[in-house]
Design a protein. Structure first.
Length: 296
């Protein structure tokens, strides 16, 4: 398996975008089968550059995350990255997770502070653990053996009360500690991403800043997601979703159309890649990549 920093370097030299997919560990056996036997094989036909697997709130999916990453790499030969958070873990416990990851041939980690157990309430540092994600990035760099990704927030992190510019400076600190690339949280107005990118470039950040794109699957679902993460939905987008009402089939089609246009503009602006939040579904991401002419 390859380091994601090397994938980015190769694609940049070839003037091609890095295409990656994100999955989450399902909660049921049926969900496992659908992801591993249907969704991932379907998306593999698009020949992505890598994928990532999330880490549940409070570290609740640790073993399952590593299992899915391991299976993707072994069964499909695709570089896969494990998310890793600071929540509910001491430094020694994080070291154990990294030992497991390396034993499975996992070479890429997305270093995150993470959400509290249940995804609600304020983050609480674990005694003997890390309080901030830049500390986790530093630890990973000092340990060695991994390509390190981290998260960026084009509209600022919802928990950062000082505002988005302060949050972006926190991201600069993570880059300075050794992050190789940044994946952003979902956003729906590309102006937010461009402002974010320009600010970081002025700070001297020169690693890949990859936008994260979420194709809308239903109006209710996307409103719930954006409320949780603090992302803004432009008024024209909200108006269109209101007109669709509860018609999820129409929402999916609109989501494909909207994300395609969003990606076209991002690619014209020279982004180094696009990270698709698939929600463990293949249909929308497949259609979008075909629309973009990037389905290999």
């Amino acid at each position: 398996m390859r380091f994601i920093r090397d994938i980015h370097a190769e694609k940049k030299a070839a003037n091609q975008p890095v295409i990656s997919f994100e999955f989450f560990p399902p909660k049921t056996d049926e969900g496992d089968r659908n992801l591993l036997e249907k969704t991932i094989p379907a998306l593999m036909t698009l020949r992505p550059d890598y994928c990532s697997v999330t880490y549940g709130a409070g570290g609740s999916t640790r073993d399952k995350t590593l299992m899915i990453v391991d299976r993707i790499q072994r069964e499909h030969g695709l570089t896969a990255m494990s998310h890793l958070t600071c929540v509910n873990a001491t430094k020694a416990e994080i070291a154990q997770v990294l030992d497991q990851a390396q034993a499975h041939g996992i070479k890429n980690i997305l270093a995150l502070r993470g959400d509290p157990p249940g995804g609600v309430g304020d983050f609480q540092k674990t005694e003997g653990g890390f309080e901030y994600s830049h500390e986790l990035v530093r630890y990973l760099r000092e340990r060695g053996g991994f390509s390190i990704g981290t998260a960026g927030f084009p509209e600022g992190h919802i928990a950062c009360k000082e505002g988005k510019h302060a949050d972006w400076r926190h991201l600069k600190a993570k880059v300075d500690e050794g992050a190789d690339f940044v994946l952003t949280q979902l956003f729906f107005d590309n102006k937010d991403f461009f402002e974010f990118r320009d600010f970081l470039v002025k700070l001297g950040v020169n690693i890949p800043l990859c936008p994260g794109v979420l194709p809308i699957l239903s109006a209710n679902q996307i409103k719930r997601f954006t409320t949780m993460c603090g992302a803004r939905m432009p008024q024209p987008l909200l108006d269109r979703l209101e007109k669709l009402g509860g018609d999820d089939t129409a929402a999916v089609e609109f989501g494909i159309e909207y994300a395609t246009k969003q990606c076209e503009e991002l690619l014209r602006a020279g982004v180094p890649g696009i990270h698709f939040y698939t929600l463990n579904k293949a249909h929308s991401t497949t259609r979008i990549l075909k629309n973009l002419g990037l389905a290999k």
